[in-house]
Write a protein that binds this ligand. Sequence first.
Ligand SMILES: *Cc1c(COP(=O)(O)O)cnc(C)c1O
Length: 401
Amino acid sequence: MINFKELCDKYDTPLYVYDFNQITKKYNNLKDAFKARKSMICYALKANSNLSVLKHLANLGAGCDCVSIGEVKRALMVGIDKYKIIYSGVGKKDLEIQEALQKDILMINLESEEEMKRVETIAKKLNKNARISIRVNPNIDPKTHPYISTGLHENKFGVDIDSAKKMYLYANKSQNLTPIGMHYHIGSQIVETLPFKEAAIVMANLLKSLKSANIDIKFFDIGGGIGIKYKDERTISLYEYAQNIFEALSGEDVTIVCEPGRYMVGNCGYLLTKVLYEKSNDKKRFVIVDAAMNDLIRPSLYQAYHDFELLDDNDEEKSFADIVGPICESGDFLAKNIQIPKTKHDDLIVFKSAGAYGFTMSSNYNTRTKAAEVAIVDGIDRLIRGRETFENLIELEKDFI
Ligand SMILES: *Cc1c(COP(=O)(O)O)cnc(C)c1O
């Protein structure tokens, strides 16, 4: 058990806490599910890109899926093998493409025909051969929140199958492009096996047709999206998930690449916050805490639910309330219409499953400094990102006119 009270006394709040041993378990479970075939786990950095988290995953042997050159740099910085780094994203800039090519990472994941031509031109200029994959939008409904659905034609990601085929044929002839992978990622927080299975079947068919056109695809990248338990969701069986991919691929000799973000870190993180005040009117009761939507935006952005615990739960009867932050927005809440006993100043509330898309989505809105981050490794707490200061925040503005 993590001693949250002690951490809160030592580091203050708001505070992110990550259980690294738990991350190890998640990694091993997934790796295990794929053990019957060649596989590579490329952690999606955007879920939690703290360097210590990345270093931990690097030590376990993970690769990375990056969506900006900044993320590529983070991955390289902690020693992730460059041939395990994939660079995705719908809007890569010329300089980002150039840097990715110079850093010689495993592959650049193309999301449009125009991007392919750009990569080709830049590779030519550098006298390089760009290893690429193409992100295909298989038009499968992942049955998740619309903001985190990515595999439908109404989403901006990837290209449809016919365009992908044309792109592969073009790339295969190009002097400066080498198609080595195919990629899809249909959405996030998916808690049903079927959409994954359907997408795999569609994509495995494409793989077979590419192979018969003598395009040597080595990496079959199934994306991420594995859902986690926030409240009472049932989650998928990793075994079944992997088996469905194996089945779709039948005998095809490819390395399966899986890009989990949320799955790897989501349940392993906590956001600690202290109660400031309570107030009520004839309609509502509010518990005002020192963390806000700038620290954890998921409730405001996706109507996401994060389970929480009021430490030192008192005997008072529970009643409905919203847990809100100090930010000047009505959308600033961490929990809505939940039941919680009467609280008092300095009571500690721990929000669970905050390890993914928590800190990485945080901002400085309202000139709030970002929370500190702490890792728990074998029961020992280590500060892995200091609390921001006001000086950090104004650094680039200090020569004001
Ligand atoms: C965000 C993203 C992921 C990870 O998604 P999760 O739902 O966190 O697993 C994987 N691949 C790509 C290309 C992504 O954009």
